[in-house]
Design a protein around this ligand. Structure first.
Ligand code: C2G
Length: 129
């Protein structure tokens, strides 16, 4: 079957993340999600509220997700695509163009982001409560 992969922090899991995973799974039969480790988030300049283990466990529990792997660096995508025989790499279109170099190894699909929701917007909304 067709293997799909995507990567992300997935902090404070919300509908935007769910929509992405749902649409990613619809592109194949098996969905792998690389969840960013806390150490890689530091490299990305992101600090997540939930630690890696919690973020990974939540993503693992989503019915569209078949396998969760740690995302430890920028460089692992090519080896992951080879290791898991990935057919399709998917990301939200805030990353449009950034991963076109992977077209040598698999299909690259950028999906429209879900409007009006982001971890940053959530944090701002919480502060206003
Ligand atoms: N997303 C979305 N709509 C939103 C918010 C996020 O479609 N409203 C998508 C993003 O485009 C991304 C995925 O959900 O494809 C995960 O989002 P983040 O956790 O913010 O991922 P990011 O920190 O961008 O990490 O190597 C890739 C990086 O790890 C991506």
């Amino acid at each position: 079957g067709k293997v799909v992969i995507t990567y992300g922090t997935f902090d404070l899991f919300h509908i935007g993340h769910l929509n992405l995973l749902k649409r990613a799974k619809a592109l194949g039969d098996f969905l792998i999600v690389g969840v960013s480790t806390d150490e890689f988030n530091a490299i990305k300049g992101k600090k997540s509220v939930y630690p890696y283990e919690h973020r990974a466990e939540i993503v693992r529990s989503i019915k569209y997700v078949d396998l969760v792997i740690p995302e430890r660096n920028w460089e692992q995508k090519i080896e992951d695509i080879k290791k898991y025989n990935v057919d399709v790499f998917v990301m939200g279109d805030d990353w449009k163009g950034k991963f076109d170099y992977l077209k040598e190894y698999c299909e690259v699909v950028y999906l429209p982001r879900t409007e009006g929701i982001s971890t940053t917007e959530l944090k701002e909304a919480l502060v206003k409560l």
